[in-house]
Ligand binder design. Structure first.
Ligand code: NAP
Length: 260
């Protein structure tokens, strides 16, 4: 009997969840889903799930060895560069095949008024000295950078409540989880009299409606550029990730049939 391929999925994205759904119940694979633990009530997964950091490259290397992982799929968020760097190093150390599910960034469209900046700190600075109404669509850990520009009024949309210490003084939280639609985004930006948006270039459709709404309303956006994210073999979606896993399954099967 051919042994199932043991797969570690580094998750936290819709693509990772789509892959988990497709691997669940497929007897050719035994997959473990890993989450950073950034949200207190993450969507439940149909496969075995673990939560929390591994403990750097050494911890991930140990995990891969102890759980006899045959292949790793890095399907983390485009801005989760530390996890990807650790995955590349740990997979190199253990000789484990690594594929990276990369979500393409949004491209600038006619009518977009983006100012691209390298970091959250640069985004706070780019808002300028004149007080304005700002829509922040960022992770809760990035909001504190805007304390450096306390003259603005901020509306921050978050999934989880941030640590209140060190937030800018005039900040209101809007707790919501995507996907969002364009008409509702236009109503929100207009109703809140937003003058500028700050966003990451997350890519995908779940949070793109705010960029379409900003374009339609002629609003400027400060776009925090993607970090350099180390990768293994790049795949574009869950289907391509499965095709890549199947190649490794065939290789493992022929090795086992040859008794190697
Ligand atoms: P990160 O900076 O790449 O990772 C920091 C550490 O978190 C990693 O070194 C690892 O800890 C742990 N970690 C990250 N992803 C993990 C996973 N899937 N399983 C187990 N441990 C994991 O990523 P981040 O701090 O999570 O987020 C960085 C940026 O990505 C932020 O801008 C955030 O808003 C955005 N983002 C992240 C997620 C997510 O699910 N992580 C979702 C949406 C957006 P050890 O070194 O201890 O292994």
């Amino acid at each position: 009997m051919v042994k199932a391929l043991r797969v570690l999925i580094l998750g936290g994205t819709t693509e990772a969840s789509a892959l988990a759904r497709r691997l669940a119940g497929d007897a050719r694979f035994e997959a473990i889903f890993s989450l950073a633990g950034r949200t207190s009530a993450p969507k439940s997964q149909p496969i075995a799930t673990r939560t929390g950091g591994f403990g750097g490259v050494d911890g991930l290397t140990r995990f891969v060895g102890e759980h006899t992982i045959d292949a790793v799929i890095d399907a983390t968020h485009p801005y989760a560069d530390q996890m990807s760097s650790n995955a590349v190093l740990a997979c190199a150390c253990t000789g484990t095949p690594l594929a990276s599910l990369v979500r393409p960034p949004w491209d600038l469209q006619a009518g977009d008024r983006w100012q691209i900046v390298p970091s959250t700190t640069a985004a706070a600075f780019a808002l300028g000295p004149t007080p304005c109404r700002v829509f922040l669509s960022l992770g809760r850990q990035e909001l504190h950078a805007f304390a450096a520009a306390p003259q603005h009024h901020y509306l921050a949309r978050v999934i989880e409540t941030p640590d209140p210490r060190g937030l800018p003084p005039d900040l209101r939280l809007l707790r919501a989880r995507g996907p969002f639609d364009r008409a509702a985004e236009e109503r929100l930006l207009t109703g809140e009299k937003i003058e500028v948006l700050v966003s990451k270039n997350a890519g995908g459709m779940a949070t793109y409606a705010k960029m379409e709404a900003a374009r339609a309303l002629g609003l400027p956006a400060i776009m925090i550029d993607r970090p350099h994210k180390p990768a293994g073999h790049v795949v574009g979606d869950a289907g391509e990730a499965i095709a890549w896993l199947e190649q490794h399954l065939h290789a493992a099967t022929s090795r086992s049939l040859r008794g190697v």
